[in-house]
Write a new protein. Structure first.
Length: 352
């Protein structure tokens, strides 16, 4: 990640006490304020809240027995928020985390980061052992459906917000992107440019973003009155080498695709590598639209047309939900992506 890098927590000792303390989120709920307000109210010298509101929070903390010192004074601290994502070095997640970290730091809080490696079991292990009892909130990009460890964490009083992926958990707050409508727009763009055999290089269907992008791709084909051909639908892990191998198989078809919608920047990099190996040029031999921008996408020749994801707003919005009133119902925020037209969606000089 560029700039400030949140602390990695994989090396935190795994032994945790069985008894869970009263959390700041519980205090906030009792006082009827947001998590951030509760933190400000209990922080010595803070001017962020009125004396009356501060006393209300202190009373709630006293009632719950929140971390009292021997003389009855409250031991206050900045909030510790964890983020668990598939790969913090992925440019998409690194940008989201940088925005989240900056937003938290501005409020006096800190962010620690761990990687699930796109592995559901590893994600459960991190949440249930490494993070248990040590954090006030969790930002999670789930590797699949939300597991019992995350639900137990939420039930314990920690704030949980899902980012990018919904984890099949409508009972938890989430910030996601307009995946289906953006994929539909990308597919229609390829069809408008004259493509008639449009393939999709997509992520695993256990992940909500991949399912939504597939749905948008299929709707885009329907809009253009193009047939749905399963041979042009390829699913791999979000891994460049797997994408390269899958793209190789696509490009070896007797009737290779004349357009490809690639459902992530990582997959797009594998696709372009395979095209180069086949001596094919994006925007001339095969039109390409990628989901997700990356620094290299505007630098390669031809530059890659992409769906640009609002990573900064995603990180900032996720933190806002995390620090919101804990008694409020869960929220689902959908952010709109933008189509960035460059050169790779053209084919044989035909306009889109």
């Amino acid at each position: 990640m560029r700039g400030t890098v949140p602390t990695l927590v994989n090396n935190v000792p795994k032994h945790m006490p069985d008894k869970r303390p009263v959390t700041l989120r519980m205090v906030a709920a009792r006082a009827g304020v947001s998590l951030a307000t509760a933190s400000y109210a209990l922080r010595s010298g803070s001017r962020a809240v009125t004396p009356a509101l501060r006393q209300r929070v202190i009373d709630a903390a006293d009632e719950l027995g929140y971390e009292l010192r021997p003389r009855g004074r409250l031991r206050t601290r900045a909030l510790t928020i964890a983020a668990v994502v598939p790969d913090p070095t992925n440019s998409f997640f690194s940008d989201v985390l940088r925005a989240a970290e900056a937003t938290l730091r501005a409020g006096g809080h800190r962010l620690v980061v761990s990687s699930s490696g796109e592995d559901e079991a590893q994600e459960e292990e991190i949440v249930s052992t490494v993070l248990r009892g040590r954090i006030d909130g969790l930002l999670l990009a789930p590797a699949g459906p939300v597991g019992p460890a995350v639900r137990a964490l939420a039930a314990s009083g920690a704030a949980v917000v899902l980012i990018d992926r919904d984890g099949e958990a409508p009972d938890l707050s989430s910030v996601v992107l307009d995946n289906a409508s953006s994929a539909r727009r990308a597919t229609r763009l390829l069809a408008a440019g004259g493509c008639r055999r449009i393939a999709i290089l997509n992520g695993p269907q256990r992940i909500s973003t991949a399912r939504d992008r597939l749905a948008g791709y299929l709707q885009g084909l329907a809009d253009a009155a193009l047939p749905v051909e399963p041979i042009y639908q390829r699913t791999v892990e979000f891994n460049a080498e797997e994408a390269r191998r899958s793209a190789d198989a696509l490009l070896r078809l007797p009737k290779r695709p004349d357009g490809v919608f690639s459902a992530s920047a990582i997959l797009t990099s594998g696709l372009l590598q395979s095209m180069r190996e086949h001596g094919l040029r994006a925007g001339t031999d095969v039109a390409v639209v990628g989901y997700g921008d990356a620094p290299w996408a505007a630098l390669v020749e031809p530059a890659v047309t992409v769906i640009e994801q609002p990573t900064r707003r995603l990180g900032e919005t996720a933190v806002r939900l995390l620090l919101a009133d804990p008694s409020a119902p869960p929220q689902r925020v959908v952010l709109e992506s933008q189509l960035i037209l460059r050169d790779s969606h053209w084919r044989h000089g035909a306009a889109s």
